[in-house]
Design a protein around this ligand. Structure first.
Ligand SMILES: *Cc1c(COP(=O)(O)O)cnc(C)c1O
Length: 459
């Protein structure tokens, strides 16, 4: 054994304890470290020939890299839609590495059953019926990819071909209809060989990002019975608008289409009786994408995908080999997702759901929504700013009251980041440059909203 490795083996408990102490130090200060750090990239170091041991690695990481890391785990990082990690989920994440299970086949461990239990809990949490089966993937992009892969196979089934077997050329042109699709839907379609150009953006309602269901009806009618895919959006990133899922699902009585719902973070509306109406009809979808590293507040990389047609999913993702086994009626995860070997990424979710339950996670969602509304109200009172849309759920989309040019709004975003107090991401909403403040962290409280307003007021 290499001497550094042998030494680390002997000192493993001490090394874990050092890492634990360092993590405590980092997390104790996370609310007060600069939220965003201007990137000053360290020069790449040469590959070590002889290693330093884990001790040396920790001290180098601490000196060279950690200072440049953002406070994205903290309460005022409101860029993108970025959850933190609950204490229980961090514990689960550490133990995922500790046990290092390969959650791929059931041959040697109950790890897959833990994933199945967690999938069942999440299905219930999001109000889905038992007809939906699920699997963990790395993020919502992958969840959209898997859902749309199953959708593509379903369209093939309608046309009497199997894309999984014969390739996408067997399908011909396949339009994908959606009102305000997330960029990851285009990416997924590019990966699936359907092409970014397959998206037909359907008109949205006036002043909204939600699709105009009458226009969708007309576009489906124009396809003249050709099977297609509709991507409905449950929570758009700029204004958190929701398509009318029930009305869209009802169109399937007249037109043949697969209904995929991108509920990456909007799906969490289901946790709150106050907001659950926004996702009414979600269960009727054929496939559903929900991100967990956003509003469930588990560490990256975690999302779930659900579908009613696991048989089609197995056709695509099966990895049948003598040593892996064939897919059964209750297929192992190796036959269900793009990865073969995969970490037990259900464990952090299992930990947080066990630790805080439905009520604990409902409280996070409701608090974040209340804080977004509060920030929206406070911004509406500032004369130099204005809201670009009403605060529908957990995102505040706003801009400068006067001359909201890309340059001036970009300067505002930089000034907020340079204050170290908060991080917001720029966007363009209906042609107007603006900023988004997205609330999805379990740590955020009223005092954080006050600190953000204090930063925005003089800018
Ligand atoms: C974040 C997001 C995605 C992509 O999620 P990743 O986890 O970054 O892959 C897809 N759709 C919506 C609506 C999102 O908000």
């Amino acid at each position: 054994m290499d001497p550094s490795l042998a030494d680390d083996l002997a000192r493993f408990p001490q090394l874990l304890d050092d890492a634990r102490r360092y993590a405590v130090e980092v997390l104790s200060g996370v609310a007060d470290r600069p939220v965003a750090v201007p990137p000053q990239r360290p020069r790449p170091a040469p590959l070590p020939d002889r290693g330093t041991g884990a001790d040396g690695a920790l001290s180098r990481f601490r000196d060279r890299w950690a200072p440049g890391f953002s406070g994205s785990a903290g309460p005022r990082y409101l860029g993108f839609v970025t959850g933190g990690s609950t204490p229980a989920s961090v514990t689960g994440d550490w133990l995922t590495s500790t046990f290092d299970q390969n959650a791929v086949i059931n041959a040697d461990s109950t790890a897959l059953d833990l994933e199945r239990e967690t999938v069942g809990w999440l299905r219930e949490l999001f109000g889905l019926s038992a007809a939906h089966e699920g699997a963990f993937v790395t993020g919502a992009t992958m969840s959209n990819f898997v859902g749309l892969a199953i959708a593509r196979e379903w369209v093939g089934e309608q046309l009497g071909v199997s894309v999984a077997q014969d390739g996408v050329a067997a399908l011909g042109e396949l339009p994908v209809l959606s009102g305000s699709p997330h960029s990851s839907v285009y990416k997924a379609l590019a990966m699936l060989g359907l092409g970014r150009g397959s998206v037909h953006e359907v008109a949205t309602m006036i002043g909204r990002e939600a699709v105009d269901v009458d226009r969708l009806d007309a576009e489906l009618a124009a396809l003249d019975g050709r099977p297609t895919i509709v991507v409905a959006n449950a929570g758009t990133v700029n204004t958190v608008d929701f398509d009318d899922l029930r009305a869209i699902a009802a169109l399937r009585q007249r037109y043949p289409f697969w209904l995929h719902v991108d509920a990456a973070f909007g799906g969490f509306a289901a946790l709150s009786p106050q907001h659950a109406e926004l996702v009414a009809g979600l269960d009727e979808a054929d496939s559903v994408c929900v991100d967990l590293h956003k509003w469930l507040n588990v560490p990256y990389d975690s999302a779930i995908q659900f579908t009613r047609r696991r048989d089609l999913q197995v056709r695509i993702f099966q990895n049948a080999a003598a040593y892996l086994g064939l897919p059964t009626d209750d297929p192992d995860f190796v036959h269900l997702t793009p990865e073969s070997s995969r970490r037990l990424r259900a464990l952090p979710a299992w930990f947080t759901l066990t630790a805080y339950g439905r009520q604990g996670h409902r409280e996070i969602v409701e608090r974040d929504v209340a804080l977004a509304r509060e920030l929206g109200d406070r911004i509406a009172e500032l004369p130099h700013l204005r809201l670009l849309a009403p605060v529908r759920l957990n995102v505040v989309c706003f801009t400068l009251a006067e001359d909201p040019s890309a340059q001036r709004v970009g300067a505002l975003a930089r000034a907020v980041a340079e204050s170290g107090e908060a991080f917001l991401t720029p966007t363009v909403y209906r042609g107007t440059p603006g900023l988004r403040a997205a609330f999805s962290n379990w740590r955020t409280t009223n005092s954080d909203v006050t600190r953000i307003v204090d930063i925005l007021r003089p800018l």
